[in-house]
Design a binder for this molecule. Structure first.
Ligand SMILES: *[C@@H]1O[C@H](CO)[C@@H](O)[C@H](O)[C@H]1NC(C)=O
Ligand SMILES: *[C@@H]1O[C@H](CO)[C@@H](O)[C@H](O)[C@H]1NC(C)=O
Ligand SMILES: *[C@@H]1O[C@H](CO)[C@@H](O)[C@H](O)[C@H]1NC(C)=O
Ligand SMILES: *[C@@H]1O[C@H](CO)[C@@H](O)[C@H](O)[C@H]1NC(C)=O
Length: 337
């Protein structure tokens, strides 16, 4: 993943047209079985025509062009294009800034100001500043720059939850992202941000340590029949000096949605325990992370945990209240109070 980032070749080309115009950077195509939604798909003669089509559409933030069948797809927010199937003839471009017909400027999502010189601090800030590209979307990929972060980075914000930030996204029905990863990878983050994804402790810490805000962790799970349940861990904190252990001072529920049950601090209390991965496993001979196959907070006992959302689709569970259930989707969001 890291190597991949270093080898990105940033090519910039300018669309040859006075208005509307935009400048683009080539980004990556990420192959995943979970294909992402697009704004428009059509055929165009060339990549340049596809870029022009994107330039004319203020909603368009990215486009992909596949030379094999001349398919031009326009996408909204985000950096990389997520495609399934053969994408060897495709390239993906992100719109950096665009000039709209009325003289206004389209900034990358999360940037604002006449010259796109500011960046929102976090998802709550994005929510408060009404950063969004399409009201139909309940979540949005946006750049944020927390106060202590060196540079902006992209996160998925949940607008329906007042600007929650997505930490974990599992789509078990199309999961081909491996979650049995090293501690370094759990620190840097991995997966693709619109599909199966872990944000990474480095990004999470810069958000949480940038002020003195109080946070709530929201766990939202969907059963195989798509019925949801939720549980909230209030007063949620992560301690980066003690192996990313978490603490939470109270749990709450949403009366409109089923309660998932407390599998993180209930009959087996995982608070205060460091996060383990197969290579940095704090569970001694129980080897919970490598045995279960994913990073998580575990107890040093044979049963390891009553919650586990980073396993293979066949091995992820939330035993309190969902013991018999097969899960289809899992989200963990960080809400700023
Ligand atoms: C698709 O491209 C054709 C030919 O360039 C054009 O006439 C048509 O309007 C386009 N469709 C959409 C939905 O943009
Ligand atoms: C974080 O962990 C360190 C090391 O165990 C400890 O000294 C410190 O008090 C903890 N911080 C908080 C806020 O709990
Ligand atoms: C997880 O990865 C480690 C290291 O590659 C391996 O030893 C372990 O068997 C894997 N666990 C599972 C359940 O696949
Ligand atoms: C461990 O799990 C088994 C099987 O689910 C259960 O019967 C047992 O009570 C658990 N042990 C503890 C200490 O929770």
């Amino acid at each position: 993943m890291q190597l991949f980032y270093l080898t990105i070749v940033w090519t910039i080309f300018y669309v040859v047209q006075a208005y509307p115009s935009a400048d683009y950077s080539e980004t990556r195509i990420i192959s995943e079985t979970c294909e992402e939604d697009f704004l428009l798909s059509n055929t165009t003669r060339s990549k340049l025509d596809c870029g022009n089509t994107c330039g004319e559409n203020p909603e368009c933030r990215r486009f992909s062009f596949c030379s094999s069948d001349s398919t031009c797809k326009l996408y909204q927010h985000g950096t990389d294009c997520i495609m399934s199937g053969d994408s060897t003839s495709c390239t993906c471009y992100r719109k950096n800034t665009g000039q709209n017909g009325d003289g206004s400027t389209t900034c990358p999502v999360g940037y604002y100001g006449n010259n796109c010189q500011h960046v929102v601090e976090d998802c709550k800030d994005a929510f408060n500043k009404n950063i969004q590209s399409n009201f139909e979307h309940q979540d949005i990929l946006t750049y944020i720059k927390p106060v202590i972060a060196e540079k902006p980075f992209e996160v998925m914000c949940e607008l329906r939850f007042d600007g929650g930030m997505k930490l974990l996204n599992r789509k078990y029905w199309c999961s081909d992202v491996n979650f049995n990863r090293s501690m370094t990878e759990y620190e840097q983050g991995f997966g693709n941000i619109v599909g199966n994804y872990w944000i990474g402790f480095n990004s999470l810490i810069t958000v949480m340590y940038s002020g003195s805000a109080v946070y709530t962790l929201q766990v939202m799970l969907f059963k195989a029949d798509w019925s949801p349940c939720m549980i909230y861990y209030g007063g949620f904190q992560i301690n980066s000096s003690s192996g990313y252990s978490f603490t939470s001072s109270f749990i709450t529920h949403n009366s409109d949605v089923d309660n998932c049950g407390d599998s993180m601090t209930g009959s087996m209390n995982l608070a205060g325990n460091p996060f383990s991965t197969y290579d940095v496993d704090h569970t001694g001979t129980n080897k919970c992370a490598s045995r279960l196959g994913g990073g998580w907070w575990f107890e040093d006992s044979h049963n390891c945990t009553r919650s586990f959302l980073t396993g293979l689709p066949s091995n992820m569970f939330w035993l309190d209240d969902l013991e018999e259930e097969v899960l289809s989707t899992a989200w963990i969001n960080l809400l700023k109070n």
